[in-house]
Design a protein around this ligand. Sequence first.
Ligand code: NAP
Length: 281
Amino acid sequence: MATALYGLLGWPVGHSVSPPMMMAAFAAAEMDGVYLPFAVHPDRIADAVRGLQALGAVGVNVTIPHKQSVYALTTDATAEATLAKAVNCLAFRSDGGISGHNTDVLGWWSAVAPMVGKVPPKQVTLLGAGGAARAVVTALALNHPETRLLLVARNPEQALALAKEFADSLHTDVASWEERHEAVNRAEWVVNSTPIGMSPNVSACPLADAGCLHPGQFVQDLIYRPSPTRLLAMAAERGCIVQDGLPMLVGQGAAAFHWWTGMDAPVDAMQRAAYTALQLG
Ligand code: NAP
């Protein structure tokens, strides 16, 4: 039997942790598979998807900036992808169909689910309203629709558009970037989905001071390079429960592995490989 072909389409894809993480998964599962990164210009994304389908690839991940444009190429989609109107995972079917899934949604939920405990949060504040925020909003709408979400973005039109899109499935308010400290103070959970503080700009922080954070609050930064970010270091010092972006990253990869193969993902091996790749990268 031929080696099963998988890959990642992005622009750029140079520093992605997904190839070593997925190769580790295949090795741990004793699967004959290969997972390759492909840098694909946005103008060529449809050609690249159809080309991989013609080559007999089993599935691919798609990342920035293709997640929304590739949704239009799917012939069917999971509930997560349909609600998000974005995909990060495609499966090529033997009947010629292209199925779309959004495992960022599952990855985020699997990362935070252990934090839900017996008392789910009533108020979540989300900083940023881009692609990762879309996954967070979708996961809340599907898994915890009684949450009140406060979206804080520097571009109010972007935040209002996202809130409007989910108006039927999640109660979402919008606050301005200037109001972010007050918004953070009100929340039980705070999620940073902006790239502020991401390597190489490690001294940057979405908050100007730590006074709005309080002990016991859950603060998650979707950034995984560096860890901790300045935000998480500040939050830990204030007695918050903190989480970096690695559990979400591994969670989305594990969900993709399961969707493609039907097997339980070897999560420990994937986490070790992702962690090692981040240390090296
Ligand atoms: P994106 O689509 O570009 O969205 C970024 C959001 O942050 C936008 O709302 C953007 O506003 C806002 N933003 C950017 N710079 C800002 C600044 N200086 N001040 C205020 N707002 C700012 O990017 P994304 O795909 O959502 O990714 C965001 C972060 O999440 C990245 O660090 C990425 O690595 C991380 N991420 C992690 C995972 C994981 O598995 N852990 C998965 C996906 C993403 P504008 O539109 O106005 O620029």
